[in-house]
Design a protein around this ligand. Structure first.
Ligand SMILES: [Zn+2]
Length: 130
């Protein structure tokens, strides 16, 4: 189980970049419930094969739920048929365990912890850091 952590959005992005590089498709989060580690790429593929919409009618994009939902939610866990993951969400009954304070937002954003950095990081585009 992961520890609770509170950080700013800036700190959060810096940590994610340090672990996985600039591309959010490579960012990986670990579900605090089932332990599944899913990258943005895996989540994008899961959503592409199971498209769904927000209550607003807009299509769910991987960036909407990255670090917010276990990949199982995009693979049918809510219907009990996911091949991996579970239905856990960082905004659910037991929020977090990470809290990210977002400028202009009154309430923090809850998210899953980032997965540990991979052993070898492959740089894709040189990623100019700001
Ligand atoms: Zn899970």
């Amino acid at each position: 189980m992961s520890d609770q952590r509170t950080l700013t959005l800036k700190e959060f992005h810096a940590d994610a970049r340090a672990r996985f590089g600039e591309n959010p498709l490579n960012w990986a989060f670990q579900c605090p419930s089932c332990g599944d580690v899913a990258t943005g790429e895996a989540l994008r593929a899961a959503i592409a094969s199971n498209p769904r919409k927000h209550s607003t009618g807009q299509s769910v994009r991987f960036t909407d739920v990255l670090g917010q939902e276990c990949i199982g939610r995009s693979l049918g866990a809510l219907k009990g048929s996911a091949v991996r993951g579970c239905k856990y969400a960082a905004y659910g009954l037991f929020p977090g365990p990470w809290q990210v304070t977002v400028p202009g937002r009154e309430r923090p954003m809850f998210c899953f912890p980032l997965a540990p950095a991979p052993l070898a990081v492959v740089s894709e585009d040189g990623g100019a850091s700001s």
